[in-house]
Design a protein around this ligand. Sequence first.
Ligand code: SF4
Ligand code: SF4
Length: 64
Amino acid sequence: MAFKIIASQCTQCGACEFECPSGAIKFQGENYVIVPEKCTECEGSFDAQQCASVCPVAETCVPA
Ligand code: SF4
Ligand code: SF4
């Protein structure tokens, strides 16, 4: 399982990129994306998914 970013809602603030414990978020082309192979859903690192926690836009970092 992995999370994904809804590109049409993302304001590209960049906050999530630095909070991801797995280094799974990167700027690619014109959008921030979550590399599904790298996303651990923060298991073992945090109780809550950090991308979703820090994202200022509700329902933008969601389960893929
Ligand atoms: S759920 Fe966790 S591991 Fe996956 S992209 Fe978000 S912050 Fe990174
Ligand atoms: S924190 Fe949310 S709005 Fe900011 S870059 Fe990440 S997905 Fe986009």
